[in-house]
Design a protein around this ligand. Structure first.
Ligand code: F6P
Length: 356
């Protein structure tokens, strides 16, 4: 790595934790130390930056965490950091602690913080980590694979008992920003139906499909619902399915069990590669970037573009805001959004053909 003069580089994790944050923290620390720079572990995300809660790291501080879920740096959702005063305090802490750059691991909120700090003179790079895989600028976020494997294990167990009792289980998985967890776990558990706000859903069609399968002697049914369908949806659907099909139906909300657990190979691998890339870019004098997986390649993208694209993709921009996006950027956003939507719908289409 090219060696620019950094005295210390800070590392933080912020927002919802995700399995793989620890291997990412470990890889960043080791890459920084091997380059002769000091590494500062900032606890509790941006809150720790405001409160000056940090520690200089040695190689040994990140030993034996590659296999541990959660984040050893701890995490927080910090409202104070959203204020100018909070951000100025954070900048001041960086100056006092000789922190010349920060690598921030987390989701969109983390990236907004990284952009705001960069704007105030502390170069930052963001690494995407959330079990939801809902950061639109990257094909993959650290933690997604581990969460998927947890869901698969849990639902396989539900299937065992559903088969014994000829029941249906409606399983709600996390994902307040997108239905990727529902989509990918649904296909892997052989769900009769995957329900998420990105996909049109007809309760009548589902009931019809289940009655048909019941006539064909199918005994167990799994329906996977994304949290993004809103509060109460899963409970109501459970009641309706039982009433309308005569199949005894239960529901299960897997909740935060999905956020824990030892990171899988994919999450350890991706986090190590993303970490290395972030450190490399920082040493090249680059910042205000997010690391992303683009079709399997680890690349980077401008943070502001990534944040705007996320809003664009999730329909959070008004017409007026869209009109202000430079033509070149808008064209790229349209292309990226089209590709992402098509990939999502293709997986759904496959499941709808092979499930019953
Ligand atoms: O990390 C993302 C996520 O898991 C969402 O899917 C979920 O709605 C949310 O976090 C819950 O987070 P918390 O309970 O920590 O606020």
């Amino acid at each position: 790595m090219a060696n620019q003069k950094f005295r210390r580089i800070g590392i933080l994790t912020s927002g919802g934790d995700a399995p793989g944050m620890n291997p990412c923290f470990r890889a960043i620390t080791r890459a920084i130390l091997s380059n002769g720079t000091e590494a500062m572990g900032i606890r509790r995300g941006y809150k720790g930056l405001i409160d000056n809660d940090m520690k200089l790291l040695t190689d040994r501080d990140v030993s034996n965490i590659i296999n541990i879920g959660g984040t050893s740096l701890y995490s927080d959702r910090c409202l104070e950091f959203k204020t100018e005063e909070g951000m100025q305090k954070a900048v001041q802490t960086c100056r006092e602690n000789k922190i010349d750059g920060i690598i921030a691991i987390g989701g969109d909120g983390t990236f907004r913080g990284a952009r705001d700090l960069t704007d105030r003179g502390i170069p930052c790079i963001g690494i995407p980590a959330t079990i939801d895989n809902d950061i639109s600028s990257t094909d993959y976020t650290i933690g997604f694979d581990t969460a998927l494997n947890t869901v698969v294990q849990m639902v396989d167990r539900l299937r065992d008992t559903c088969e014994s009792h000829a029941r249906c289980d409606v399983v709600e998985v996390m994902g307040n920003g997108s239905g990727y967890l529902a989509l990918h776990s649904g296909i892997a558990v052989g769900a009769t139906e995957i329900i998420s706000k990105e996909i049109p859903f007809s309760e009548d069609a589902l009931i019809e499909k289940m009655l048909e399968s019941k006539r064909n002697h199918k005994r167990n049914f799994i329906i996977v619902v994304s949290e993004n369908m809103g509060a109460g949806f899963t409970e109501t659907l459970t009641k309706n399915v039982q009433e309308r099909t005569g199949i005894e139906t239960r529901y299960a909300r897997l909740s935060h069990v999905q956020r824990g657990g030892s990171p899988t190979h994919k999450d350890r691998m991706t986090s190590s590669l993303m970490a290395f890339k972030a450190v490399e870019l920082l040493y090249e004098g680059k910042s205000n970037l997010v690391i992303r997986d683009n079709g399997g390649k680890i690349e980077s993208l401008d943070i502001s573009f990534a944040l705007d694209f996320d809003k664009y993709y999730k329909g959070k921009f008004t017409e007026e805001q869209i009109a202000k996006i430079p033509e070149k950027d808008l064209k790229l956003m349209e292309e990226m959004a089209k590709k992402r939507r098509e990939q999502f719908m293709e997986v759904y289409r496959v499941n709808s053909v092979i499930s019953n």
